[in-house]
Ligand binder design. Structure first.
Ligand code: BTN
Length: 342
């Protein structure tokens, strides 16, 4: 059912998620008392031996389930891993996160989600992992993916959009991320163009969107989101630019409520974006949450460094910068640094 790999790695048989969720539901309904094997077997319509096997499988994932002969089972505690069973318990969405594929370690959740989308995974499927060996960032960079410290997830979407409209999906994901951090933790974050989520001027989260499309339609989009949650430190070269929720809040943060708030917010903003007038609404919310617009900026575009004031967001998600020479330049991709006014 589950096989324990060396260290804290597991493979999870996705087929048993439904049964295990039902066992957990029953155990959670009565944590103050024991539930007999017979009662569980009756409520779930399976043999006591099968119940025992599933309870053992849950234990391997870190659930502490007490079992006392003649009394029964009792759930003592749940693990902090981002298991589908935990994420779904409390999720308020219609379709996002109804299929969650969890692995302890992957190369990149985006790479796996691309494969799953190609094989027909439904819209709203989430791929999530505790660790990535080759987490990918924008512009060919790496994404530091320390085991069990961050949130690494990829969402499969199939919007009925033309490829030119794809950037608004990335912008809507940034909006959802900022709102989720506020909702789950009361943290005030801001968006640095195009989609870096910042706290106090340091990056806490990034989004990598990839897609398969033809001229006139998008087949699927993968929205990959990385959040630095319980990272206690970063390589020295990054320390001035990068932060984590732990460093900002000065306490460990439980990742599950953050993932739940994120999936709820993603569905809300995705449906808004798809609706009539929705793209403009998403753009307006992005503008409200932006820390870039109106600021003096330096933009690295390839080898060139452009200096000026970030004036506006283009309809295609591009950034307009009024250069010191007075010329307004459209930036399609690049790295923005805010320049302090002294
Ligand atoms: C950025 O450079 O700001 C984007 C970072 C995106 C990282 C996330 S982590 C989950 C998903 N899988 C990846 O390999 N990358 C994205």
């Amino acid at each position: 059912m589950y096989s324990k790999l060396p260290g804290k790695k597991f493979t999870l048989n996705q087929d048993n998620l439904g049964i295990n969720a039902r066992i957990l539901d029953v155990l959670r309904s009565k944590t103050h008392t024991y539930i007999s094997g017979e009662q569980l077997s009756h409520e779930l319509n399976m043999s006591r031996t099968a119940i025992w096997k599933h309870v053992n499988a849950l234990r391997m994932l870190g659930y502490k389930v007490e079992a006392i002969t003649s009394m029964g089972y009792r759930l003592i505690s749940s693990p902090s891993l981002l298991l589908p069973l935990e994420i779904k318990n409390g999720l308020k969405t219609e379709f996002i996160g109804h299929h969650i594929h969890w692995e302890y370690e992957v190369s990149s959740t985006n790479t796996l989600a691309l494969q799953m989308a190609e094989q027909g995974a439904p819209e709203g499927t989430v791929v999530i992992s505790e660790s990535q060996k080759q987490g990918r960032g924008r512009m060919g960079r790496n994404w530091i993916s320390q085991p069990e410290a961050g949130i690494y997830l990829s969402l499969i979407l199939r919007p009925n959009f033309v490829p030119m409209q794809a950037p608004c999906i990335t912008l809507m994901a940034a909006v959802a991320l900022v709102e989720a951090l506020e909702q789950a933790l009361g943290v005030k974050a801001a968006i640095k163009w195009p989609n870096d989520v910042m706290i106090g001027g340091k990056k806490v989260s990034g989004i990598l969107t990839e897609l398969k499309a033809e001229m006139e339609c998008i087949h699927y989009m993968i929205v990959g989101i990385g959040i630095n949650v319980n990272n206690a430190e970063f390589p020295e070269a990054l320390q001035a630019k990068v932060t984590s929720l732990l460093l900002e809040l000065k306490r460990e943060v439980s990742r599950i409520p953050v993932v739940q708030a994120l999936l709820n917010a993603l569905e809300r903003w995705y449906l808004i974006t798809l609706g009539a007038g929705g793209i403009e609404r998403t753009f307006n919310r992005w503008r409200e949450l932006s820390s870039t617009l109106g600021q003096d900026v330096e933009v690295n575009v390839g080898d060139e460094v452009l200096k000026g004031v970030a004036t506006r967001l283009g309809a295609d998600g591009s950034l307009y910068v009024k250069l010191d020479s007075g010329v307004e330049k459209q930036i399609l991709a690049g790295d923005v640094t805010m320049v302090a006014n002294v």
